[in-house]
Design a protein around this ligand. Structure first.
Ligand code: ADP
Ligand code: DP6
Ligand code: CO
Length: 360
């Protein structure tokens, strides 16, 4: 059923970027299928900066599916990993290479086990969307290993690992349509514009803290759905309007509208966290100081120079309309958060312990 020379192992390595939502996903209507209560829009980052690298291997000698994340073994028993593995195995095709002595039939994948090793080159579970890059990469790597033909279905499979992961399978600007179907068939990511569409836009990331957050996104949003009235109001009456405005701003490369909506949506998402009982605090003092610094600058100029967004963590993602403004932003940040002696040029300290890097 499975023959291969050498180590008896067949391997695939893939890399996937993270994505940062400018109109946030927060709240599920179906926990196991991971179906959201509103549409969301994100920007996929350049994979040369923040990314996950995952190697998947199969061998007849493997006795069970196993996974190592950043060098430490983790359990695959959770429903999300199981859903992704099951769905990919169902779509698996034949892998036949006579020269290498490999002959795996589609149905053989049900009996073969895989080993997975994944690394994030940025902080895990710290609000920089490691679950998005992680599950997108896992699903993509498995689909290559198992020769899955229908690549367009990968977004819906990655969604079942982590909602935000469905958007990382596309570059540029991506919308995750919440869909209506009870089985989730129309809850998929759609590319709104390629990465080249708005090439002047610069993204800066300030890693304020690389500590693992205390409340995962999954738990946080479940508690918000259960307790926040503001979330209901946001998902029903505010987000649909913002999605339309954001799509238009991206289409027209209208930085002013893009910037206003991005910062407003981030602030509303964190207001929902505060409206949750008990309240959730993802941002810290340094995050608040970054917001103040940008808001003061924008107000003094009368129009947004740059915008900011924070996911479920204290780390800032900032947008500038071009490199000139991005370097002014960097100068301001370095003035307010001076690097410590010994930091190299690509590594500046902000707040307690961190790096500030330019991405994109
Ligand atoms: P983040 O803000 O980083 O997305 P989440 O709370 O949403 O934080 O998700 C963190 C979880 O995502 C981790 O605890 C782990 O279960 C999963 N995860 C992170 N990186 C990877 C990866 N490379 N491969 C698979 N799963 C990952
Ligand atoms: C604040 O996709 O990490 O980053 O679906 O439970 O895995 P699960 O949650 P996740 O939530 C992301 C929330 C967010 C906003 C966003 O990415 O849209
Ligand atoms: Co996440």
């Amino acid at each position: 059923m499975f023959q291969v020379s050498g180590e008896g192992m067949l391997m695939v390595t893939a890399r996937a970027p993270t994505n940062i939502a400018v109109i946030k996903y927060w709240g599920k209507r179906d926990e196991s299928l991971i179906l959201p209560i509103n549409d969301s829009i994100s920007v996929t980052l350049d994979p040369d900066h923040l990314c996950t690298t995952t190697t998947v291997a199969v061998s007849p000698n493997f006795e069970s599916d196993r996974m190592w994340l950043n060098g430490k073994e983790i359990s695959l028993s959770g429903g999300r990993y199981q859903s992704c593995l099951k769905e990919i195995r169902q779509q698996a095709g034949d892998v036949i290479d006579e020269n290498k002595g490999i002959c795996i039939k589609g149905e053989d994948w049900q009996k073969l086990h895989v080993h997975i090793a994944s690394y994030n080159n940025f902080p895990t579970a710290a609000g920089l969307a490691s679950s998005a890059a992680g599950f997108a990469c896992l699903v993509y790597a498995l689909s290559k290993l198992m020769n899955v033909k229908e690549q367009y279905e990968l977004s819906a499979i990655a969604r079942q690992g982590s909602g935000s992961a469905c958007r990382s399978l596309y570059g540029g600007f991506v919308k995750w349509a919440m869909g209506n179907d009870v089985n989730g068939s129309d809850s998929i990511a759609i590319q709104l514009a390629r990465e080249t569409h708005w090439s002047d836009l610069v993204i800066l990331i300030a890693v304020v803290s690389s500590h693992q957050k205390e409340i995962s996104s999954t738990t946080g949003m479940r508690e918000s759905v259960e307790t926040s009235e503001l979330l209901l109001q946001r998902s029903q009456n505010i987000v649909p309007k913002r999605i339309k405005q954001m799509e238009e701003a991206i289409r027209n490369r209208d930085f002013t509208t893009f910037a206003k909506l991005t910062s407003a949506d981030s602030n509303q998402f964190h207001a929902v966290c505060l409206d949750t009982s008990p309240p959730i605090f993802y941002m810290n003092n340094t995050s608040h100081r970054i917001i103040n610094c940008i808001e003061r600058w924008n107000q003094s100029e009368g129009t947004p120079q740059v915008s900011y967004t924070f996911d479920a963590g204290p780390n800032a993602v900032m947008f500038a309309p071009n490199r000139k403004v991005a370097s002014l932003l960097l100068q301001r940040l370095l003035f307010y958060f001076p690097p410590l002696p010994g930091d190299d040029l690509s590594s500046f300290v902000i707040g307690d312990q961190s790096i500030l890097q330019e991405a994109g």
